[in-house]
Design a protein around this ligand. Structure first.
Ligand code: MD3
Ligand code: FE
Length: 220
């Protein structure tokens, strides 16, 4: 009689091939946003009609290659004075557009699937990448409540995501983020250094030559 190791393993009702753990606290949900892709892109178009994408200036005086806008009660901005979350879009002097319900609901659903129930983001930063656009290695630490995760949604062209350790000098790993992928970063992964390598050109059926990334944050 043969003994198959797999016969000895109980079925795991929570095991799903769509949930990959990258590191403690960090989970990739491949294709999780696909079922609402059209609604998400329509919402991004609405937000950017009211608060256009712009290339912010870093405190060091460099213009970022990523173009950004925001929706929600607060938006991430950078200028010569530093980084901050601001309820007002400095370009218009108006509040940022409200967070569309389809965005809020997706972020909550993804956080829950990753083990962070009750995620209530007050800010969504929307990044737009064109071929050649990159985001250099950084930490996200402008949020007051670092216990809450950050949920990121990738749409359009694929990108190579770099994620390192808690020190800038830690050699980063690379993962491919494709259309519809959602990543949830919390717990011990919340303060890892991360970035995006220069975007390769391509032609995506829904976004053409663009990659859009949404990051949902609880800033206070
Ligand atoms: C890990 N955005 O907006 S998303 C950012 O694809 C940012 O546009 C990248 O980094 C993008 O700040 C990466 C993945 C991501 C976002 C936030 C994180 C990973 C993170 C915060 C902490 C740890
Ligand atoms: Fe970041």
């Amino acid at each position: 009689m043969t003994f198959d190791l797999f016969d000895a393993l109980p079925a795991d009702p929570d095991a799903s091939p769509a949930i990959e753990t990258l590191a403690p606290g960090a989970v990739v949900l491949r294709g999780f946003a696909r079922d609402v892709e059209q609604d998400l892109l329509a919402a991004v178009r609405d937000v950017s009609a009211a608060a256009p994408f712009r290339n912010l200036i870093t405190p060091g005086g460099l213009r970022m290659s990523v173009a950004m806008t925001n929706c929600g009660d607060a938006g991430w901005v950078s200028d010569r004075t530093g980084y901050r979350y601001d309820p007002v879009d400095p370009q218009s002097g108006e509040h940022w557009p409200a967070m569309p319900e389809v965005l809020r609901a997706l972020a909550r659903r993804a956080a829950e699937a990753a083990g962070y129930p009750g995620f209530a983001p007050d800010a969504c930063l929307i990044n737009r990448y064109l071929p050649g656009t990159r985001l250099s290695l950084h930490q996200d630490r402008d949020e007051l409540d670092l216990r809450a995760p950050i949920v990121s949604v990738s749409l359009g062209l694929p990108a190579t995501f770099l994620w390192g350790g808690l020190r800038r000098a830690d050699r980063p790993d690379r993962i491919r983020l494709a259309h519809g992928d959602v990543v949830v970063w919390g717990g011990p992964s919340r303060l890892v250094f991360h970035g995006i390598t220069p975007l390769a050109d391509g032609d995506h059926p829904l976004t053409g030559h663009e990659r859009i990334n949404l990051t949902f944050r609880k800033t206070r």
